[in-house]
Every structure is written in structure tokens, then in C-alpha cells.
Design a protein around this ligand. Structure first.
Ligand code: FES
Ligand SMILES: [Fe+2]
Length: 345
């Protein structure tokens, strides 16, 4: 299935992009990213038009990127600005450039029609920037599975009791009802669990075993950003509405970048409203997420393998699939719209 192209995807953590060229495969395209002397990220197709050496084998020169074979030099717009071995570069010496921008400690890349790239459409979580919230950047989780399998998982609060029993699952195995609805940006799936023993995660944060009301709000933004707003407060103290005793809230953010049809990089981070300024706490929480996300990875890779083995075979449906189904239909519509627009052009 084709990808949604006219969208911003995460190409890298900002921390991983320095003044050495960085190769990446995104939606099957081979790109090279670098940060110029001015600190700005840039991205080109990773191919020198001369002998096809990947430009990632070259070096950064000021704001530009120089091929490592004969020194053709390209600016961030893909134009050739230097051919050291001759007086002037040949006509038509250019490389495809991709719009890039930085937001939330991430480098974003626009993979579609460059004339439609609008930085104001890049996802941004307001709390990420607020002083009374703390941020911890996590890892780049490499999953050998199609990104839509990850999206299915991130439209589905019910799986946590079975996949993440020690961290995010509810120890009472309460199966509270799940609601979902389509929004202007994707699909929101919500589950409110009243008067439960705390999950391992919330017990560790509060160092307290007493009963809690917990919420999971899964915000799945098309095409591939997932924000999980979850937390808990003392049972019956009004935690769902924003107050509540011992209330803690976390935004667990996943930015999924399809590498190819069957491989996805999930870069994750979290934003929380407790233990502000305590990087050690941030790292301890990330460690809990690392355990949980490794559990998801194992499940999704196993599913991808079986899907490949049993391609065409029908599956049964469950009520819990409704949310993921809504999201997949939306992705289908986006892909069809892009194809129609491209055909018209
Ligand atoms: S291969 Fe790039 S300059 Fe020759
Ligand atoms: Fe999970």
C-alpha cells in the first residue's frame, strides 16, 4: 500500500543530527540529513547525481554538503553550488530537496509535494513547552512491522492488561468500556477506569498502593503521530476532570516513521506534570516505557510475520477494532485523495 506523502514525519531526534551527514530511509526514499554551520537542519535525496555515491558519504562544508568522491557541493535547496574540479557545475546538476523543520526536539521532514509543506501543520504538544511540565526524550524503537500495525496498537487501550501486565496494565483486569470518535485530526479513543488498584506505573510514581481512577486517552493523529494522555488520581476525587488527590498525568508521545512497508521507527518521548526538574525521575519513567514498548514490539513483529505468511487470509473482528478501523479508513481516504490530486496535476 502506498504511504501518505503530503505529511510531516520525524526523521531524527534533534540530538542525533549534528554536522556529520546522517543517512535515513523514510517511506522508502533514501535521504541524507545534516545540520549546517547556522544550526539549521537540511535534507536531500541521498544520491550524488555524478556517480551516484550516497551523499551521506560526504562532508558538511559550512551550510552545504559536499560529495565525498569529487567534491560536488549542494546547498539545502538541492542546487549545486560548487564543482571544485572544473570551472562551473554542469547544467541540471541538482538533487531533490526535502523541507525540514525542528519541533519538540525532533527533526521533521515533509515527504510529499514541497510546495504544499506548511510548518504550522507540524504536530506540537503545548505542554512540551510549559514550565510546569517536564520532558524526557526516549529512544528510536526499530520495529520490523508496517506502521499501521503500530497505529492499530495505539488506537487500542484494551491491550495493556495483556501485553503490559507489570507496567501499564490494570492489576484488577478491569475491562472498562472504550469509546472512540473521529476528530478533525484523526481518532480519539478513551477509556476511564474507576476505582482500581493502580497500575505498576502509577504505583511506582506515587509510591502508594491505594485505589485510583485512571484514564487513557489515545489520540491518534493521521498519518502516524500518537499521543497517549494517561494518568490517575485518588479514587472518587475527581481525577478525570482535572483535579483529584495524588493526580499524575503523562503524555506518552510516539512519532512513527515508516522506513519501508514492513519496518517502522517509533521515536518516543514523554511529558509529565510531576517530578519537574528531576532528570533521574524522567529516566526511571523512560525505563518503564522501554519495558512496555519492547513488549509491543515483540507482539507486532510476530503479527507482521504471520500476516506475511498468511497473506489474504481473513481475520475475525472484535468490538475493540472499531477505533483502529476508523483510523485505517481515514488513511485510505488520504492516500486516495493524494493519488487523485497527483493524477489531476
Ligand atoms: S560521485 Fe559525487 S562528485 Fe563524483
Ligand atoms: Fe502497548
Amino acid at each position: 500500500m502506498p504511504f501518505v506523502r503530503n505529511a510531516w514525519y520525524v526523521a531524527s531526534f534533534a540530538r542525533d543530527l549534528g554536522d556529520s551527514p546522517l543517512a535515513a530511509t523514510i517511506l522508502g526514499d533514501e535521504v541524507v540529513l545534516w545540520r549546517g554551520a547556522d544550526g539549521q537542519p537540511r535534507a536531500l535525496e541521498n544520491l550524488c547525481p555524478h556517480r551516484f555515491l550516497p551523499l551521506s558519504k560526504g562532508r558538511v562544508r559550512g551550510d552545504n554538503l559536499q560529495c565525498g568522491y569529487h567534491g560536488l557541493t549542494f546547498d539545502g535547496g538541492g542546487g549545486c553550488v560548487g564543482a571544485p574540479t572544473q570551472d562551473a557545475p554542469p547544467a541540471k546538476c541538482a538533487v531533490r530537496a526535502y523541507p525540514v523543520a525542528e519541533r519538540m526536539g525532533l527533526v521533521w521532514i515533509w515527504m510529499g509535494d514541497a510546495s504544499r509543506a506548511d510548518e504550522s501543520e507540524i504536530y506540537d504538544l503545548p505542554e512540551y513547552h510549559q514550565d510546569d511540565w517536564a520532558v524526557a526524550h526516549g529512544d528510536a524503537l526499530d520495529v520490523t512491522a508496517n506502521y499501521l500495525l503500530l497505529c492499530d496498537n495505539l488506537c487500542d487501550p484494551t491491550h495493556v492488561n495483556y501485553v503490559h501486565p507489570s507496567t501499564l496494565g490494570n492489576p484488577d483486569e478491569i475491562n472498562a468500556p472504550v469509546t472512540h470518535r473521529e476528530t478533525s485530526w484523526g481518532v480519539l479513543t478513551e477509556r476511564l477506569t474507576s476505582d482500581s488498584a493502580p497500575t505498576g506505573f502509577i504505583r511506582a510514581v506515587n509510591n502508594d498502593d491505594s485505589r485510583v481512577d485512571m484514564w487513557q486517552r489515545y489520540l491518534m493523529y493521521a498519518p502516524s503521530t500518537s499521543i497517549i494522555d494517561f494518568g490517575g488520581a485518588g479514587a472518587g476525587t475527581g481525577g478525570f476532570e482535572g483535579g483529584g488527590e495524588r493526580r499524575v498525568q503523562i503524555f506518552s508521545c510516539h512519532f512513527m516513521t515508516p522506513v519501508t512497508e514492513d519496518r517502522t521507527i517509533d521515536r518516543w518521548l514523554h511529558v509529565r506534570d510531576f517530578d519537574i526538574g528531576d532528570d533521574g525521575a524522567g529516566e526511571r519513567i523512560s525505563e518503564q516505557f522501554r519495558i512496555a514498548f519492547a513488549e509491543d514490539k515483540e507482539i507486532l513483529e510476530a503479527i507482521q510475520q504471520q500476516e506475511d505468511r498468511h497473506s489474504g487470509r481473513g481475520k475475525i473482528g472484535l468490538d475493540l477494532d472499531a477505533s483502529a478501523g476508523l483510523f485505517r479508513r481515514r488513511i485510505d481516504r488520504m492516500i486516495r485523495t493524494e493519488a487523485r490530486t497527483a493524477a489531476a496535476a
